[in-house]
Design a protein around this ligand. Structure first.
Ligand SMILES: *Cc1c(COP(=O)(O)O)cnc(C)c1O
Length: 372
């Protein structure tokens, strides 16, 4: 059993992916070829955003967003410590200071009710993370940012491309198109992955889109004319071709992810396992970049599952404010739910091509241990 079965996906899409890659090899525009614009147009349409800017990774998407917003030394960005390192890493790399706010125990998402207390005159952005594939309460975060004036909201949507949220309006909207800027990743194991590194940024703001397009190519407004400091942040044409091929069945994959998540929940509940499920709020869905659960005896359970041939993973074991690179004892003392979750979360195998029998094997393997 694979933790994420990318080979099954490739087998299903092989002829299309191969054809699209070969087309790029033949036309020879390996950087900024026609597939880049085609993908940007399709992804913008998918999310409903005015602009999509592809880039070299989800990490670079976060950095380019912060740079376009002019966030740097002296500025503060509010985020969660319970995320992949890149979230806080890019805030620090931009020269700003990450301010960590604790998560909710049931969703593992940033606790919006605790954000306002952390807003200061230096706060320039809030960076909520759509962890495991579920977006945060973006309407509430946007309202908070608007109330305090000049605060931008950057969604770290690396795990949530394809997820929906209706919030206050009752109208379904897509992750990445819920705030000032949305950033996603096409790392192979993400819900929409390529075969290397890749990412994309979404916005409805023309000036920010222009800035990010320039930042992506070393701050060039036109060739060899540099109006600002940028990065080398382009996504390869071949990787764009891979994502284009994968988009063909992406709606089906999202449906599968939602159904597989429901199936796991049902199996786990019916088996009466001592496993806490992540809560999905009624106004949104979760595309399960990882199907993560909360358990008390994680280490023993992981060992037992490994012996039964069931791979698991931990997303993520140590809160960022307890990591040597981002250590902040005052904030670490406050974010108790993040530490609690870090000691207990465990992700189970899930990818669109697995079947119910595989899920039953996973749940039975957990049952065998917990019944002893
Ligand atoms: C994967 C991930 C990133 C970084 O994306 P890359 O494409 O790997 O650089 C950032 N934030 C979160 C929450 C992620 O899961």
């Amino acid at each position: 059993m694979e933790f994420i079965d990318l080979k099954a996906q490739y087998r299903a899409l092989k002829s299309d992916i191969d054809a699209r890659i070969h087309k790029v090899l033949d036309h020879g525009q390996y950087i900024m070829g026609p597939e880049v614009a085609e993908l940007e147009q399709k992804l913008a349409a998918y999310t409903g955003s005015k602009h999509c800017i592809t880039c070299s990774s989800g990490t670079e998407a976060l950095l380019m967003s912060l740079m376009a917003l002019g966030i740097g030394p002296g500025d503060e960005v509010i985020t969660t410590p319970f995320t992949f390192a890149a979230t806080a890493e890019m805030i620090v790399l931009a020269g700003a200071t990450p301010v960590f706010v604790d998560i909710e125990r049931d969703t593992c998402l940033i606790d919006v009710s605790r954000i306002e207390a952390k807003i200061t005159p230096r706060t320039k952005a809030i960076m909520p993370v759509s962890l495991y594939g579920q977006v945060c309460d973006m309407d509430a975060i946007n309202a908070l940012a608007a109330r305090h004036g000049n605060i931008s909201v950057i969604e770290d949507a690396a795990q949530s491309f394809g997820a929906s949220y209706s919030g206050d309006t009752g109208v379904k909207r897509k992750s990445c198109n819920l705030s000032t800027i949305g950033c996603t990743s096409f790392f192979p194991s993400k819900p929409l992955g390529c075969y290397g590194d890749g990412g994309a940024i979404f916005t409805n703001d023309d000036a920010l889109a222009k800035a990010m397009r320039e930042i992506r190519v070393h701050g060039q407004e036109r060739r060899y004319y540099h109006t600002r400091v940028g990065v080398g942040g382009r996504m390869d044409t071949i990787q764009c071709a891979v994502v284009l091929a994968k988009l063909e069945r992406f709606d089906w994959e999202i449906e599968r992810r939602l159904a597989l998540g429901e199936a796991y929940r049902k199996l786990i509940t019916e088996a009466g396992l001592p496993v806490q499920l992540i809560t999905v709020r009624p106004d949104r869905d979760c595309v399960w970049a990882q199907f993560t659960v909360i358990v008390d005896n994680r280490e023993a359970l992981q060992k037992h599952l490994q012996a039964q041939g069931v791979p698991t993973a931990v997303h993520y074991p140590i809160s960022l404010n307890r990591q040597p690179a981002y250590r902040n004892d005052a904030s670490a003392g406050e974010t108790v739910n993040s530490h609690w979750a870090g000691e207990r979360v465990m992700s189970l195998p899930l990818s669109p091509d697995i079947d119910l029998a595989t899920q039953q094997r996973v749940v039975s393997a957990i049952m065998r241990m917990t019944n002893k």
